[in-house]
Design a protein around this ligand. Structure first.
Ligand SMILES: NC(=O)c1ccc[n+]([C@@H]2O[C@H](COP(=O)([O-])OP(=O)(O)OC[C@H]3O[C@@H](n4cnc5c(N)ncnc54)[C@H](O)[C@@H]3O)[C@@H](O)[C@H]2O)c1
Length: 286
């Protein structure tokens, strides 16, 4: 069975790798040739490391990489039974990509978006076959993380949903059914907790006290503020704003401290400063 993954960035290249590892013929498509070259190089390096560590034989590596090919042409989705979109999180871009997929994809193809929170029904409405469209939210890094949130749009039919669910099992993922509302399941619970942790810092708590409380009291591997720094204060704030707007509910009010941090460039680990300060190697120094 052939699978097409559109977008060869952080998520798309990992999703393509996941399917190739599970035995599928995968075409990873990206309009930017540099993105394709980078994805190809990263995936090859990763498999070379696996061989060096004795986790894979040279022959197994070649077999997997032989199933994973790259293309800058959308036409190459032809023949794919499942098409997974992983382009940037912008509704107009997703709608234009889905309209193009609609023109080119096989009539029976299942068309999936990896959106983190945009409306599946809205994306599906850009096609003439909204019944064949659904969401499948992978987590980063896609080849490692076990969870896959499955999201049905208003028009998604059972056949589409069941095809994706079976495929998810074949690639070793555990699925949960998530509602088509902002944040799905994980981000709807996780991000307000990070937001609440930011409120506590705004009220005068030390970040390390908040994080230690959650690590030692709840067995969390990482505190909510460390996690916010890790994913990016701006990214986390964007998700919180999506919940606030999507539900029109004041209980999702973003913490004003996060707004100030973003304005100041305190974007977390990537900026060397967030709730903590980081050295060049990314270790916390204060
Ligand atoms: N980054 C994460 O941790 C994460 C986790 C889960 C879901 N997501 C979702 O996955 C999607 C992709 O995110 P990402 O982090 O991989 O983004 P990214 O920016 O790393 O990659 C996006 C890729 O899409 C390509 N692209 C742009 N326009 C295109 C087009 N018209 N046709 C084909 N390719 C195009 C870009 O060249 C780029 O390589 C988003 O919807 C995001 O919300 C991200």
């Amino acid at each position: 069975m052939k699978v097409a993954v559109i977008g060869a960035g952080l998520m798309g290249s990992g999703i393509a790798q996941t399917f190739a590892q599970a035995g599928y013929e995968v075409k990873n498509i990206d309009t930017f040739k540099d993105a394709l070259a980078k994805a190809d190089e990263n995936v090859k390096k990763l498999f070379e490391k696996k061989v060096a560590k004795g986790k894979l034989t040279e022959a197994q590596k070649d077999e997997i990489l032989g199933r994973l090919t790259y293309s800058p042409r959308m036409e190459d989705i032809k023949g794919a039974a499942v098409i997974i979109e992983a382009v940037p999180e912008k509704i107009e871009l997703k709608k234009s990509v889905f309209a193009e997929i609609d023109k080119l994809a096989d009539p029976e193809a299942v068309i999936v978006s990896n959106t983190s929170g945009l409306s599946i029904s809205e994306i599906a409405a850009a096609t003439n076959r909204p019944n064949k469209v659904m969401g499948a939210h992978f987590f980063y890094p896609a080849p490692v993380m076990k969870l896959l949130e499955l999201i049905r749009g208003i028009a998604t039919d059972d056949e589409t949903y069941n095809t994706m669910k079976k495929m998810a099992q074949k690639i070793g993922k555990t699925t949960v059914d998530a509602p088509e509302f902002p944040g799905f399941i994980v981000n709807r619970i996780l991000v307000p907790m990070q937001n609440e942790a930011a409120f506590m810092v705004m009220e005068g708590c030390e970040p390390k006290d908040v994080d230690n409380a959650m690590k030692l009291g709840c067995n969390f591997p990482m505190g909510p503020l460390e996690l916010t720094d890790f994913v990016g204060v701006d990214i986390m704030l964007g998700t919180m704003k999506g919940l606030y707007k999507g539900f029109s509910d004041s209980k999702y009010r973003p913490c004003p401290l996060l707004e100030n941090m973003v304005k100041a460039g305190y974007l977390g680990k990537k900026a060397g400063q967030g709730f903590y300060r980081y050295d060049k190697d990314g270790s916390i120094i204060g």
